[in-house]
Ligand binder design. Structure first.
Ligand code: KIV
Length: 283
């Protein structure tokens, strides 16, 4: 029997009950289906799709249309996990009004349950306004890939005490603004622990050590489908790319050698029909 749909209340209860949350990314229907089958709690349609699906150098060029298109596909497969739609760069940065409009589009047109946006204290008023408009928001602090260039690259954040304190302040500002959860990316493990202890809402880590309230990974990294580079915090649970590549090479070879399609992959025609057809063609 399929489990019931997961809500933001279930996510918040997990922290009270000290149960770790499991979150993964998905960008299409098959991975949406598999996320439900694996019974993960949260699926993120991340703007990481720019890199791992669209072949872009980063997440900056990803558009609202890209996000809506992929969120719709995930939603067709994913029926029970909580689905987070990621707000792309510049869809919430220019004004609060535009942020609410775009969060609404991602929910109405994409069909996701909640949205996520990157940024701490500075974006707390934006988060508050979206939440007041009736759209649950997940924050994202620490390394924020959309503004990696302003951070000097994809680097660990919170290195010195004052930078680390700022990240704790960011988490508290997002909690006060009404965010239901926070993603914390690429910070030292002891800081991850302090951030999780400093707020009541669940803090889900990606490169934030084990002492946070849950973990998220980019699925294409985790299964070895995207291996241009593998961040330090990624564990590859399988390496699926060579498996697929072997299959593609075997297919090519069999087509060239006319071993595929074999009889079992081909449709039959009764002898009599074939005889009649040949007569018609020969005329
Ligand atoms: O876009 C994404 O996949 C993300 C994760 C790195 C959390 O934001």
């Amino acid at each position: 029997m399929s489990r019931p749909k997961i809500s933001i209340l279930d996510i918040q209860k997990a922290k009270e009950e000290k149960r770790k949350l499991v979150m993964m990314t998905a960008y299409d229907y098959p991975f949406g289906l598999m996320a439900d089958e694996a019974e993960v709690d949260i699926v993120l349609v991340g703007d990481s799709l720019g890199m791992v699906v669209m072949g872009l150098a980063g997440t900056v060029p990803v558009t609202m249309e890209n996000m809506i298109h992929h969120t719709q596909a995930v939603m067709r497969g994913c029926k029970t996990a909580l689905v987070v739609g990621d707000m792309p760069f510049m869809s919430y940065n220019t004004s609060i009004r535009e942020a609410i409009t775009n969060a609404g589009r991602l929910m109405k047109e994409g069909g996701c349950d909640v949205v996520k946006l990157e940024g701490g204290t500075y974006f707390a008023p934006t988060v508050e306004a979206i939440v007041k408009a009736g759209i649950p928001v997940q924050g994202h602090i620490g390394l924020t890939p959309q503004t990696a260039s302003a951070l000097g690259g994809f680097k660990m954040q919170g290195k010195d005490a004052s930078a680390a304190k700022q990240i704790i302040d960011d988490a508290q500002a997002l909690e006060d603004a009404g965010a239901f959860s926070i993603i914390l990316e690429a910070v030292p493990a002891p800081l991850g622990k302090l951030v999780a202890a400093s707020v009541k809402i669940p803090v889900i880590g990606i490169g934030a050590g084990p002492d946070v309230d849950g973990q998220v990974l980019v699925t294409h990294d985790m299964v070895g489908l995207f291996d241009k580079f593998v961040p330090k915090f990624v564990k590859q649970y399988t390496k699926i790319r060579p498996v697929i590549l072997d299959a593609l090479r075997a297919y090519k070879q069999e087509v060239l050698e006319v071993k595929f399609p074999a009889a079992e992959h081909s449709f039959k025609m009764p002898d009599e029909t074939l005889k009649q057809l040949k007569k018609m063609v020969e005329k």
